[in-house]
Design a protein around this ligand. Structure first.
Ligand SMILES: Nc1ncnc2c1ncn2[C@@H]1O[C@H](COP(=O)(O)OP(=O)(O)OP(=O)(O)O)[C@@H](O)[C@H]1O
Length: 281
């Protein structure tokens, strides 16, 4: 089908241009793909696997099992299938293996399940990527995620988070692996279309905890506006790009007194949450 080929070519070309224009990946680097098994991180995996020889970099994938029953197993299965298909090594980590508890067991202690989930996942991804010698962590964050994050910062009045806007988060600590977003200018609708058109074995369900989040409410609102005024999301993205300089926030990071990982205070966020959990179990 000509339409399908065109779609794939245009998508790959856009990802390639973003990588080159923003210097997301340099020749000789090892990129760790944070792979959930969802459509976005699978597109990143397939796109980078297609570009690795041409642009001269290598990839490895890392997946984190948070311990969400009847949900994460399906993502893991998709991650295993696709990495095998593309000949990419998959490193599997889990909350149980690292901390001795699953998200299902501890989420009730916090205001939102997304708090421990995000903090521990980023912690494991960073440590694992570093131990593998990775130069970058590539995530599947897409244009919709970026607009949602921006709006969440506005709603919370937390302008510090604006510094995370952009396709690349620079090195701000030697133990922190820089994160890149190869789908920064690709919409969620396009990644969905890619997965369906190419018959990708993918995990399409939403996380059972996601409906509790502010992100989910903002996502629904944006989708409603988009369906009434098509093109709204793209215009919002353009406005953000034109209005805000993509400068990284000047933050001083220390080493956590407990585990030695990067921290903005005396202890890192993961160790802070761990002490709350240990005190409640
Ligand atoms: N369990 C996980 N293991 C590894 N990486 C993850 C995991 N969950 C999320 N990520 C990374 O963080 C990004 C954003 O997370 P998000 O919760 O939006 O993912 P998702 O919607 O479950 O899956 P995807 O974004 O791949 O479609 C993902 O694209 C992926 O790169």
């Amino acid at each position: 089908m000509v339409g399908e080929v065109d779609f794939n070519v245009r998508l790959e070309e856009r990802i390639r241009e973003l990588i080159i224009d923003y210097k997301l990946i340099e020749e000789g680097e090892l990129v760790a793909v944070a792979l959930s098994g969802g459509k976005d991180s699978l597109l990143v995996l397939h796109a980078l696997a297609g570009l690795r020889d041409d642009l001269g970099f290598d990839i490895v994938a890392i997946t984190v099992d948070e311990g969400i029953k009847d949900y994460r197993e399906k993502g893991l299965e998709a991650a295993r299938y696709n990495t095998k298909l593309l000949g990419v090594e998959l490193v599997e980590k889990s909350f149980i293996g690292e901390f001795d508890f699953s998200l299902d067991e501890v989420y009730g202690i916090f205001k939102s399940p997304c708090i421990p989930c995000g903090v521990f996942r980023r912690y494991i991804l960073n440590r694992t990527a570093r131990s593998l010698g990775a130069d970058k962590i590539a995530t599947g964050h897409n244009m919709d995620d970026e607009i949602q994050s921006f709006m969440m910062s506005l709603v919370r009045g937390d302008t510090r988070k604006f510094s995370k806007f952009g396709p690349k988060l620079e090195v701000i600590h030697p133990r922190l692996i820089p994160r890149i977003k190869p789908l920064w200018n690709t919409s969620e609708k396009e990644t969905e279309t890619w997965a369906i058109l190419n018959n990708i074995r993918v995990h399409l369900e939403d996380c059972p905890y996601s409906s509790l989040s502010l992100r989910s409410r903002i996502k629904k609102f944006l989708n409603r506006v988009e369906s009434r005024r098509p093109g709204t999301k793209e215009l919002m993205m353009k406005s953000f790009i034109n209005t805000f300089k993509m400068e990284q926030e000047e933050v001083e990071l220390f080493e956590c007194e407990v585990c030695g990982e990067p921290a903005s205070m005396r202890t890192c966020k993961a160790c802070e949450l761990l002490s709350v959990i240990r005190g409640s179990l």
